[in-house]
Design a protein around this ligand. Structure first.
Ligand code: ATP
Ligand code: MG
Length: 326
């Protein structure tokens, strides 16, 4: 059974006049145990909203419009606040996009990590909590963890704070770890260490990794979902999608990766920007920026087409329906 499965999940935001503008449109994806799924796409595509939906931590004004998010077979969207509270931070944990703001500056690091444990295991003795915290810090490669637990966040470097966040997210041995841009703020050597730690985590659970960085996906993930303006425009195995990208947006993202072999060639960029949610339109949401756009692309949303068992795409061109009628 999948650790987490989105089935036709849709959500949007309430507008001033009470109507709801859809952002995430019928998103389907799943993560198997011991595997990692990468979610990629430009800023504003709905990656964080998809992850926050799992934690049931959507911001004010967000509205769930349909579908299911199954965790161990149960729909998270239907659970009571009490039930989801028992899962959040325990069986499903998250490393947030801004690690600096997620730690409390006036509390000792050891106390903060221990709190995640105490909250879900109120019967644990103090010495047991302390031992577990030291072990967790040790696992993420913090030297002298016994002394470090008494220090405050400002006494840690940026990379170490991110490792503290990971220790906190892993201490309850979650079945699912969601990491939203886990390495973006870090320099490359620290990035590599964090990726190693995350790789080890896959031995015990499933993982969702939200990132702008296709290199991180290649390193860490078996599956990938390419999101554009709330739609999963292409998804499947990393192998299939990196080798044979079919959606023009995925092709564009790939072309925008710098390579060492041709450093002087200017990088290709995708012209334009992600539209605001009120301007998504009825057709393919990428149509305005797509160099292969045909008339059907502007008037009808492309269905999901399975190219093979490892590769799904939402594109009229890729499914063969666009006929050069632009
Ligand atoms: N309160 C709100 N009202 C209307 N739309 C909102 C609101 N909050 C967020 N949005 C919409 O949600 C989108 C942001 O989605 P999300 O934060 O999931 O993007 P992201 O893919 O995580 O981007 P980034 O890569 O920058 O983190 C915005 O483009 C915006 O259209
Ligand atoms: Mg985000």
């Amino acid at each position: 059974m999948a650790v987490i499965e989105f089935i036709d999940y849709s959500m949007g935001f309430q507008a001033q006049d009470g109507s709801v503008h859809n952002l995430i449109d019928r998103l389907s994806m799943k993560v198997e145990e011991g595997r990692a799924l990468g979610i990629v796409g430009e800023s504003g595509c709905g990656k964080s909203m998809a992850s926050l939906s799992v934690m049931r931590l959507l911001p004010h004004g967000a509205v769930v419009q349909g579908g299911q998010i199954l965790f161990e077979g149960r729909d998270l969207l239907q659970l009571s606040e009490a039930k989801i509270g028992g899962i959040r931070g325990n069986k499903i944990t998250m490393i947030f996009q801004e690690p600096m703001t997620a730690l409390n500056p006036v509390l000792r690091v050891g106390f903060q990590i221990g709190e995640a444990l105490r909250l879900h295991h109120p019967d644990m003795r103090r010495d047991e909590v302390e031992r577990a915290v030291i072990e967790a810090l040790d696992q993420v490669g913090i030297p002298q963890p016994r002394a470090r637990i008494h220090q405050y966040p400002h006494e840690f470097s940026g990379g170490m704070r991110q490792r503290v966040m990971i220790a906190m997210a892993m201490i309850n041995r979650p079945a699912l770890l969601i990491a939203d841009e886990p390495t973006t703020a870090l320099d490359v050597t620290i990035q590599a260490q964090i990726l190693d730690i995350m790789k080890q985590f896959k031995q015990s659970g499933g993982m969702v990794v939200v990132t702008h960085n296709l290199g991180v996906v290649a390193e860490l993930c078996e599956e990938v979902v390419v999101m554009y303006a709330g739609c999963a425009v292409e998804r499947g195995t990393v192998h299939a999608i990196f080798r044979h990208p079919r959606h023009p947006y995925t092709v564009g993202l790939m072309a925008a990766i710098p390579t060492l072999s041709s450093p002087k060639t200017p990088l290709k960029t995708i012209a334009g920007a992600v539209p605001a949610i009120m301007d998504f339109g009825v057709g393919c949401r990428f149509a305005q920026r797509c160099e292969h756009c045909q008339s059907i692309c502007r008037t009808q949303r492309p269905p999901e087409t399975w190219l093979d068992e490892a590769h799904v795409v939402q594109c009229w061109q890729a499914c063969g329906a666009a006929k050069g009628d632009a």
